[in-house]
Design a protein around this ligand. Structure first.
Ligand code: ADP
Ligand code: MG
Length: 258
């Protein structure tokens, strides 16, 4: 096992409701790297994120699927989270009756317990989270509200970034964190991602559009087609996609740049 690899996927396959969606995904992410996964609608990007996080209902197999050298597929979603995996949802759900700050503290304390660390009390947590909210340009009033209830699209996505800032994962998979954002919200979300980048935190950014990547420079760019990574390269691949669309990707000899 390569010690330097944070996420290692080889031959990841998944089906749901009798439909094969992932057809052998190969992906390697090192600590500190930011990877972008682009690709047309319906190609399996959200399925990849869901399967990594351990969402039930999929039939999943892989030659290799490891986070930090630990096999993921046998683990419950919360065990994956405790290993340092975070999933930011494409469509963050409303949780009526669940206070935003309460949920964040419960999530953080669950992870701290799993690591044998002491819990953080309500007062200390409130101070911490207010500081993080301010840093991220997030309206503090939203901390006291119920999770995503009545939040605008931009507020929901900023709340995902706030969760990320609180949980401090080793790998954050953000599924279309840029969708539905106006330009100011996009800038704030991108600034949040850049602020949270670090040598021991990696990101997989799933996105349709280059606009997020105008603000967050990815180390590697991948194109997904038909349930597998059909091409990989650097940011110049984004320009090629802009010019040529997705159709050419995955033709017999894909451009593979390491
Ligand atoms: P993307 O995120 O790239 O747009 P998805 O991963 O959401 O694509 O979906 C990939 C394919 O899997 C689509 O054809 C979609 O209809 C199908 N799919 C996703 N979830 C289900 C499900 N619960 N039941 C049946 N088909 C599904
Ligand atoms: Mg999707």
């Amino acid at each position: 096992m390569n010690e330097r690899m944070l996420l290692q996927l080889r031959g990841l396959r998944a089906s749901i409701a009798g439909k094969q969606v992932l057809n052998g995904v190969d992906l390697e992410v090192r600590p500190g790297e930011v990877h972008a996964i682009m690709g047309p609608n319906g190609t399996g990007k959200s399925t990849l994120a869901a399967v990594l996080a351990g969402k039930p209902g999929y039939e999943v197999s892989a030659d290799v699927a490891q986070l930090g050298g630990v096999d993921l597929l046998g683990l419950e979603p919360e065990e994956r989270a405790h290993l340092g995996l975070f999933l930011g949802f494409q469509y963050p759900v409303e949780l009526p009756g669940v206070n935003n700050t309460y949920l964040l503290r419960a999530a953080l304390n669950a992870r701290r317990r799993a690591r044998g660390e002491s819990e953080i009390d309500a007062y200390d947590f409130l101070q911490t989270i207010k500081g993080k909210a301010r840093e991220l340009g997030f309206d503090e009033a939203l901390l006291a509200r119920n999770v995503n209830e009545g939040f605008s699209g931009g507020e929901r996505k900023r709340n995902e970034i706030l969760q990320l800032a609180v949980l401090e994962p080793r790998l954050a998979v953000l599924d279309e964190i840029d969708s539905g954002l106006d330009i100011d919200a996009l800038r704030q979300v991108a600034a949040g991602i850049n602020r949270l980048r670090s040598p021991d935190r990696s990101f997989v950014l799933i996105t349709h559009y280059r606009r997020l990547l105008d603000y967050v420079a990815a180390d590697k760019v991948h194109v997904m087609r038909d349930g597998r990574i059909a091409a990989s390269g650097d940011m110049s691949l984004v320009d090629q996609l802009e010019e040529r669309g997705y159709e050419w990707v995955g033709d017999p000899q894909p451009a593979l740049v390491d």
